[in-house]
Design a protein around this ligand. Structure first.
Ligand code: GDP
Ligand code: MG
Length: 376
């Protein structure tokens, strides 16, 4: 019985000081949330602990997931034994979701729907496709009468690509978006996403992979496992940077945060999910070092899981967005500015839902840090 309580993976850690990749067998004990890392090369137990401070949850364990273990960024590469593969592979299925151009202004609501449906979002990126790229993506529809309209439509504006993880994710996401034609969806599946946000047979709000082979191909299209990544959509003009912090992403409120931002009249012109390395978080927060008491806690929070970076655009973007974010301390925000993002979604001064720029002149620099330097 005790055996059923543990899962085993092959993981890698890029050890920065030595500039080398180390491979481990990683064992997770479900009941204690304890972990054990066994170095494959030296054949020694490298680390053994129960992580009381930042426990790894079962939901964190899927192939491609990045874990933060005592400051080390560990990436899960494969299952470590047949038992784990059999138990977890259907529970941790991956699929590609795309918010299509007509629904990008409803992205907050659609993301909220995705989280409420119990999916995890493990990768996210706003992209723009040119005609060749769109044709490559939709190659299965070559020769169909609607292809031309479809290509015009998906190249008409940005899209948001999502890697969704969950039990039977491929079929469940197809069910969540509903029938291809929104008119049919409105009569047959009124709660579906296409019913609520789709317009017509072409402009139907979302895409979902239809099989394991297409999900593998389509995820590789948007989130290539090697080689250059897709270009983001940042414009680097009249913009500032919002980071939805890992605790808020983990608690599933990212959609609500984005809705709050767009409902207030801001344009969201770039979105990308990042797994911050400690060195990058320290660099990003450098101006707070020695100035703000919470500096170390802020670095730990920003590296504790995926965060979502947004380029937010408006007149006087940095200043107006700061007002929308609210006072740094959510307790104070709840008293003084109860409708601000930090009042609504923050927990404490470190886990205060969103980062926003302090100095107006830093707004663009921070956008560049995420979308030019990290996003390369
Ligand atoms: P999906 O898997 O439900 O997205 O549907 P398909 O793979 O059959 O088609 C891909 C996309 O092409 C759809 O999501 C629509 O945007 C568009 N499309 C499909 N069928 C039609 C159609 O009969 N007419 C038009 N105008 N567009 C269509
Ligand atoms: Mg299809």
């Amino acid at each position: 019985m005790a055996d059923q309580d543990r899962f085993c993976f092959l993981v890698e850690w890029y050890e920065e000081q030595a500039a080398r990749i180390r491979q481990f067998l990683f064992t997770y004990y479900v009941s204690t949330k304890g972990i054990e890392m066994y170095c494959i090369k030296t054949r020694k137990t490298y680390l053994k602990t129960s992580l009381k401070d930042s426990p790894i949850e079962l939901t964190d364990l899927y192939i491609g997931s990045t874990l933060n273990i005592l400051g080390r960024q560990i990436v899960i590469k494969d299952y470590g034994d047949v038992y784990t593969r059999n138990r977890l592979s259907s529970k941790k299925e991956k699929t590609l979701g795309v918010v299509k151009p007509d629904a990008v202004n409803k992205a907050g609501q659609i993301l909220d729907n995705i989280y409420r449906n119990g999916f995890q979002i493990s990768q996210m990126k706003m992209c723009r496709l040119d005609r060749n790229e769109a044709f490559e993506f939709y190659q299965e529809h070559k020769g169909k009468p609607f292809l031309d309209a479809l290509l015009n439509y998906v190249t008409s504006g940005p899209v948001i690509a999502l890697e969704l993880v969950g039990e039977n994710a491929i079929q469940r996401w197809r069910d969540a978006i509903g029938p291809t034609d929104p008119t049919v969806a409105r009569s047959e599946a009124p709660n579906s996403i296409r019913s609520q946000y789709g317009t017509d047979k072409t402009m139907n709000a979302c895409h979902g992979s239809d099989s394991p082979s297409s999900s593998a191909r389509e995820l590789e299209f948007f989130f290539p496992s090697s080689g250059p990544t897709r270009r983001n959509t940042a414009v680097f003009q009249d913009s500032t940077c919002c980071i939805i912090k890992p605790h808020a992403v983990k608690s599933g409120v990212a959609g609500k945060v984005i809705s709050g931002i767009t409902d207030a009249g801001f344009d969201v012109t770039a979105i990308e999910m990042f797994h911050m390395q400690k060195a990058n978080a320290e660099e990003f927060y450098e101006v707070y070092k020695g100035v703000v008491q919470e500096y170390n806690g802020m670095v730990a929070e920003l590296t504790s899981g995926p965060c979502i970076a947004l380029e937010v655009r408006a007149q006087d973007a940095a200043k107006t967005f700061r007002e929308m974010a609210g006072p740094a301390d959510p307790e104070i925000a709840r008293h003084l500015r109860p409708r601000t993002l930090r009042a609504l979604f923050g927990t404490d001064k470190v886990r205060n839902a969103v980062h926003c720029t302090d100095l107006p002149e830093d707004g663009l620099l921070e956008v560049e840090y995420f979308f030019k330097i990290l996003g390369r």
